[in-house]
Design a protein around this ligand. Sequence first.
Ligand SMILES: Cc1cc2nc3c(=O)[nH]c(=O)nc-3n(C[C@H](O)[C@H](O)[C@H](O)COP(=O)(O)OP(=O)(O)OC[C@H]3O[C@@H](n4cnc5c(N)ncnc54)[C@H](O)[C@@H]3O)c2cc1C
Length: 362
Amino acid sequence: MPEVLIAGGGPAGLAAAIALAERRVSVTVVDPGDCISQTRAEMLAHGAGAIMQRLGLGQVLENALRIKAVESVWGSAHLQSHGAAPGLGLHGWGVDRHSLSVAMRNRAMTMGVKIIKGRIGHTRKHDRGWQVDISENGTSRTATPSYLIDATGRPSHIARRNGATALHGPNLVALLWTTPSEAEPTMVAEATEDGWWYAVPSRSSSTIAFVTSAENAKRALSAPGTILEHAARTLTRIPIPKSTTPCATMDCRSAVLDRASESGWVATGDASAAFDPISSQGLFNALSGGFFAGNAVADAVEGDADAPMIYAALAARTAERTHASTHLQYAALPFDTPFWRERANLNFKPNRSETKAEEHAL
Ligand SMILES: Cc1cc2nc3c(=O)[nH]c(=O)nc-3n(C[C@H](O)[C@H](O)[C@H](O)COP(=O)(O)OP(=O)(O)OC[C@H]3O[C@@H](n4cnc5c(N)ncnc54)[C@H](O)[C@@H]3O)c2cc1C
């Protein structure tokens, strides 16, 4: 049985697994998609170079698209810029999430990490560790790890079932289109009255997204052609997708847990704090947070009970700073409309209701 069980095999879970395996701690990752992501281009912030090398994933960056410019067109806030737009992160890499997941899964398995295709259900804490239910295709099994890492992304499955509260910023939904890769290695963001658009290229494809309120997203989905017609009339820098129907909708509001660790568990990546895509910090946070969470848990397994709490304090500080810089983008009020006014105050509110994974293919 594993010493450490990681729920979720996204970038955070796999980074934690690699760190634990390097410390020779027995580790198993459980993920319903076998740790493989769908194709989607994301911008990996420049600062991630060192952590990618440290995780043994330098080759991924060599194969990724180097983003040479970041442009933002920010309405009346006059943040029109070429190069380093505030809060958008400096130049980085256009990474295909599918390729990243394959590379991370291979790296983890080479280092002896065990991967189980399945979903974590109930967790029960006892004196010496945990009893955890894992289900897959109607069958279930039980694991008894001594420590749990919650890397389940926005649902924060383990943390929320063990006393933590998720705090959410105003609702925000992204409609995503995957298109052939753009010739220009540039990330572009452009504000409109009802939200903002971005386009990020990777070597294999580009992702174009409209980030808006849940209400606008619902309206847009009932008539996707209309939103693209409107986009074609108003956008100056974003290429208009050819397909009228987006390939996915995703919850992308800011979120943070009131605690990222307690006795026997640590949360990392989006499970601990999820960032608005305008920050371009989610992937970097998942990779670096996962690495440090894995090391903190390795310390705990070796007897240093304080290490996870120190990790949690650092994670909270990172979340605070990133949410503050995100807020500046909205407070700049590129348009004086309800969408921007409602988001100019970044109020985090507790949400105790169950969040199902809100990402779904249409
Ligand atoms: C629209 C959008 C655009 C974005 N663009 C960017 C960008 O350009 N740059 C950037 O840096 N960041 C971006 N992000 C953020 C980035 O995608 C996330 O921060 C990153 O994926 C977080 O990784 P993670 O491993 O924490 O979580 P995830 O990638 O969400 O992985 C969590 C995994 O846990 C699994 N899981 C869930 N529940 C369970 C369970 N009960 N048991 C077992 N497994 C479970 C899930 O299936 C999933 O595989 C964007 C986010 C969104 C929504």
